[in-house]
Design a binder for this molecule. Structure first.
Ligand code: PGA
Length: 277
């Protein structure tokens, strides 16, 4: 380990310990940052992204994944830095069969993919995926041994009419009704009004929902799951706002869209690492 890596590492550990104190000794929740490339990129653009990712620092205490269009999963798997995992952006709820255009968790595993992003608001809104379908997909992916990033979040209209918590709880409950083991689930709270709009939730706004969701989980799933589950924030995260968001006690990382295609992604990956003195 280089000196620079070591000092970043130690600083990262110090911040984690600080957060642990704030959470009243709750379990350590490894900071996790994911990129969501959505339907962007080609091999040339991917080569550029891989280049800046290889050149940058990935703190050994953080977990990093990149959500890649399915057609490029294998291409990226062959080239990604070792300490970065790849995620699919979707998968179907059964093993195989006559489901034209779909991919299964078994296929993802065949390529060495470890993660899948499910329930992204674009899947919910544009492709009409219901809470029920997302829950079924989540259950099947977990059963097959994949780790799931489960996205939840309210629309602007829902926020303005005071339904934020109800929506996020409802989306989470649909999954809670279908799964028992949450160890391989990370929740991404992504307010729809903040996605791709340049309007980030303020650290306080994000923290408020993360805190409410964690309390809901404690009451409706278990205290242990509430203490250990990681909740990422997503929605116009940039190098400029990530550090402040990362200080919030219930924000355990980020899901990053647009900025994950740019070199600033490396700064976001390091957002929980305190600057060297
Ligand atoms: P954004 O997207 O960072 O471009 O707002 C986030 C996401 O959709 O996951």
């Amino acid at each position: 380990m280089s000196k620079r890596e070591c000092s970043q590492d130690c600083a990262g550990r110090a911040l984690a310990a600080q957060k642990q104190k704030l959470t009243g000794g709750a379990m350590d929740r490894t900071f996790i940052v994911g990129g969501n490339w959505k339907m962007n990129g080609d091999r040339k653009a991917i080569d550029e992204i891989i280049k800046f990712m290889r050149a940058g620092t990935i703190p050994t205490n953080n977990e990093v994944y990149i959500g890649v269009p399915s057609i490029y999963l294998d291409y990226v798997q062959q080239r990604k830095p070792k300490n970065v995992e790849i995620a699919a952006q979707n998968c179907y709820k059964v093993e195989k069969g006559a489901f034209t255009g779909e991919i299964s968790p078994d296929m993802l595993k065949d390529l060495g993919v470890k993660w899948v992003i499910l329930g992204h608001s674009e899947r919910r809104k544009i492709f009409g995926e219901s809470d029920e379908l997302i829950a079924e997909k989540t259950a099947h992916a977990l059963e097959k041994g994949l780790k799931v990033i489960l996205c939840v979040g309210e629309t602007l209209d829902e926020r303005e009419t005071g339904q934020t918590n109800a929506v996020v709880f409802r989306q989470t409950k649909a999954v809670a009704d279908k799964i028992k083991d949450w160890r391989n689930v990370v929740i991404a709270y992504e307010p729809v009004w903040a996605i791709g709009t340049g309007k980030t939730a303020s650290p306080e706004q994000a923290q408020e929902v993360h805190d409410a969701l964690r309390k809901w989980i404690a009451e409706n799933i278990s205290k242990e799951v509430a203490d250990t589950i990681r909740i990422q924030y997503g929605g116009s995260v940039t190098a400029g706002n990530a550090k402040e968001l990362a200080t919030q006690k219930d924000i355990d990382g980020f899901l990053v869209g647009g900025a994950s295609l740019k070199p600033e992604f490396m700064e976001i990956i390091n957002a929980n690492v305190k600057a060297e003195k």
